[in-house]
Design a protein around this ligand. Structure first.
Ligand SMILES: [Zn+2]
Length: 414
């Protein structure tokens, strides 16, 4: 070993020790919140994106001296498993004393999301308060041993689904739709502009079929989960404006989710609690049969405007970036016009950020060919392309997609 190398090694060891001994980084406090009406432990932790990690729950019980599943009291202060650090104005890594770049990026994204969602009062660069979720430093792997939420009201049995359905197009009723999850189940009526119109919202794949799989770091991205989240948000928008909207694929325990990485599961069923069969061909017929039966029954009731929106995420080679695009049934002029309205709205919405190049073309796909409503089939992007992944990974983007598609539907209903 030459002298230069020895010096370098010595320096490395020395600075290593110095770092550990001299620079003690301590967080200021845990973040506190006051419980509001309707808060439960699960929904509270979910709101702060802490619900995917059992260590957050354990820490919450410990910090607040609570037993598992204890009730919360309105107006009482509770300590959340979020460590508040005083941001040093330089980097997140030096603020919390880690050198893990990915971790720092996750924490930055978390703070930004919390601020955008108006959950964190100010941005960490302005109030110098950096939030670090407990699990990030203690148990970064999401796990499945999560206490079952006891807040969400039970989903109706299949026999009662029709009753639940009738409440969807009325201006009265409790307007509680458990399918959207505890935080979003209550869907106030904000307008009646879509009253009398029927929409079938179909999230691609589901059940035994996750659809295309993308990869991002150590995470698997399942097409069906992302399509489902956008579909749910779109469906909720429609119901809020007086439409009758059916979520054809249903996952009773998923609801609208805020996290970036949506867990892949296979417990989705079809409208009417129909379990999906293993064969792909039969599964597609199960789906089109459900829609056609509803279409017939709504037609008999005198409904004249019935549309279907199928939502997927495409899979191309990794390098291929694609904008959201549309398919319609070959030879279907109404479908083509429907797609054109939607494309026009997307173009207008994108214009404030960049050019939009989403295409329209016809394609003989089962769901377009075998179903009766006027329909379009949407591909949100390429699940393997890192730029397109951002479109479905970030909650704010999934929300924007659903809002824009909703506006497209309003425009095409005019
Ligand atoms: Zn697909």
């Amino acid at each position: 070993m030459n002298r230069g190398l020895i010096i370098i090694c010595w320096l490395m060891i020395f600075t290593g020790i110095a770092k550990g001994d001299d620079v003690k980084i301590v967080f200021d406090k845990y973040y506190e919140v006051t419980a509001e009406k309707g808060d439960g432990i699960y929904s509270l932790l979910r709101k702060y994106e802490l619900d995917g990690f059992s260590c957050n729950f354990n820490q919450f019980y410990e910090l607040n001296n609570l037993k598992k599943n204890a009730p919360l009291f309105i107006g009482k202060k509770y300590t959340l498993p979020i460590l508040v650090y005083r941001f040093n104005g330089k980097t997140i890594r030096s603020t919390i004393g880690v050198d893990n770049w990915d971790l720092a990026v996750r924490i930055q994204d978390y703070n930004n999301r919390m601020f955008e969602a108006k959950i964190k009062p100010s941005a960490f660069r302005s109030d110098m308060e950096l939030w670090v979720p407990f699990h990030e430093l203690n148990c970064p792997d999401a796990d499945l041993k999560i206490p079952k939420p006891d807040e969400p009201p039970a989903e109706p049995e299949s026999g009662e689904l029709t009753a639940a359905m009738t409440t969807m197009n009325t201006t009265s009723g409790k307007r509680n739709f458990p399918i959207f999850g505890p935080k979003y189940a209550y869907t106030p009526l904000t307008s009646t502009k879509l009253k009398g119109k029927v929409f079938y919202i179909v999230a691609g794949h589901g059940g035994p079929d996750p659809g295309a799989i993308g990869k991002k770091g150590k995470y698997r991205l399942c097409e069906d989960e992302y399509a489902y989240d956008v579909a749910l948000r779109l469906c909720r928008n429609l119901i809020a404006h007086g439409a009758t909207a059916y979520m054809i694929n249903r996952d009773i325990n998923d609801g609208i989710r805020s996290e970036k990485y949506l867990e892949c599961d296979d417990d989705e069923v079809l409208w009417g609690n129909i379990e999906m069969v293993a064969s792909q061909r039969e599964r597609l017929f199960q789906r089109s049969n459900v829609i056609n039966a509803l279409w017939e029954s709504n037609k008999k009731k005198g409904v004249t405007d019935q549309k279907m929106i199928v939502i997927h995420v495409d899979s191309r080679t990794q390098g291929k970036q694609i904008d959201l695009f549309f398919y319609y049934k070959p030879g279907d002029e109404k479908g083509k016009e429907f797609a054109a309205h939607m494309q026009k709205t997307m173009k207008q919405k994108y214009a404030q950020y960049r050019d939009y190049h989403g295409t329209i073309s016809s394609r003989s796909l089962h769901m377009l060919r075998e179903t009766k409503p006027t329909s379009i089939y949407i591909e949100l992007g390429n699940i393997r392309n890192s730029r397109d992944q951002q479109r479905i990974l970030l909650e704010s983007n999934r929300r924007a997609l659903a809002n824009w598609l909703f506006e497209g539907l309003v425009n095409s209903a005019k």
